[in-house]
Write a protein that binds this ligand. Structure first.
Ligand SMILES: O=P(O)(O)OC[C@H]1O[C@H](O[C@H]2O[C@H](CO)[C@@H](O)[C@H](O)[C@H]2O)[C@H](O)[C@@H](O)[C@@H]1O
Length: 271
């Protein structure tokens, strides 16, 4: 684990003294779940599930903030009744066991995204894995890296033609509606009701969430914001680690890190 700003020990000590006012936000792929070749096969590390369950009873809020749909997240975290889910970069959300709420401005884009997914299958064939997510389509090249440039170029042209936005990720490019929602937006709103928040991310889209925590600290000096990168430097460069307070080496290590945090917070609650 490398550190360049607040250390993990300092951060958990500060969190323990105000746990009831703290929120913990987690990206999913590459943070709570190891990267797999098949996007449908991703599962959270078992130790992570246990720790999130315990943490949700020790802090004010635990939430997953992901590019995956809420239904996908619910299939993996549904047993954790106190964990909130933000899907599709915040276009979908569900609180606890509540229903999924979709951002109304995005709904007219469902048929457009559906058409783009269908066209991508025709135009790119086996060169890309096409993941249709209702309000977004992800074009993957993890198993076909030799076609990365062609996939990216097709996505940019299609986005331009359809008025969609693009988001690059780890061996993937996504096309999504031009609606003002991203992880930074989700975190900017969510931190207004807490005095302390952590965000764990591994990808370039997570840097916006880090920025939202830094922005909150700038206007509210008493606010504690902790940005944690999960290492992915071979795919996203040093960018995410450089933007974080410290870096954890893998999703498995995140499980251990959170299990240790549970012990610290439990000890503080008992004292
Ligand atoms: O916001 P996230 O939860 O991190 O979602 C980002 C993307 O994650 C998924 O793709 C990534 O993980 C896959 C499974 O490990 C991997 O095969 C792929 O190469 C990665 O890019 C997901 O499939 C995408 O839809 C998300 O945008």
């Amino acid at each position: 684990m490398s550190s360049n700003r607040v250390t993990p020990t300092e951060a958990w000590q500060a969190t323990a003294s105000r746990a009831a006012d703290c929120a913990l936000f987690f990206d999913f792929d590459g943070v709570l779940s190891p990267i797999t070749d098949d996007p449908e096969a991703s599962q959270p590390v078992p130790e992570v599930l246990e720790a999130l369950d315990a943490l949700s009873r020790l802090v004010r809020r635990v939430a997953i903030v992901s590019a995956r749909p809420v239904d996908f997240l619910r299939a993996r975290f549904g047993t954790l009744s106190e964990v909130d889910l933000f899907g599709l970069y915040g276009l979908e959300r569900s609180h606890g066991k509540g229903e999924t709420v979709t951002e109304p401005a995005a709904l007219p884009w469902v048929p457009v995204v559906e058409e783009v997914a269908s066209e991508a299958r025709t135009a790119l064939g086996d060169k890309a894995y096409v993941e249709f997510k209702r309000l977004s389509v992800a074009l993957h090249w993890r198993k076909t890296p030799e076609h990365a440039a062609e996939i990216e170029s097709w996505a940019h042209a299609e986005a331009e033609r359809r008025g969609l936005k693009v988001q690059l990720g780890r061996k993937v490019i996504e096309l999504k509606p031009p609606v003002d929602r991203d992880k930074g937006f989700v975190i900017s709103e969510a931190v207004l009701s807490v005095g302390c928040a952590w965000y764990f991310g591994d990808d370039v889209s997570d840097i916006k969430a880090f920025d939202a925590l830094r922005a909150r600290t700038a206007v509210e000096p008493g606010f504690l914001g902790v940005c944690v990168a999960v290492a992915s430097s071979d795919e996203t460069g040093q960018e995410v680690s450089d933007a974080a307070d410290f870096t954890i080496e893998s999703p498995v290590a995140v499980g251990t890190f959170l299990a240790d945090a549970v012990k610290i917070l439990q000890a503080n609650a008992a004292s």
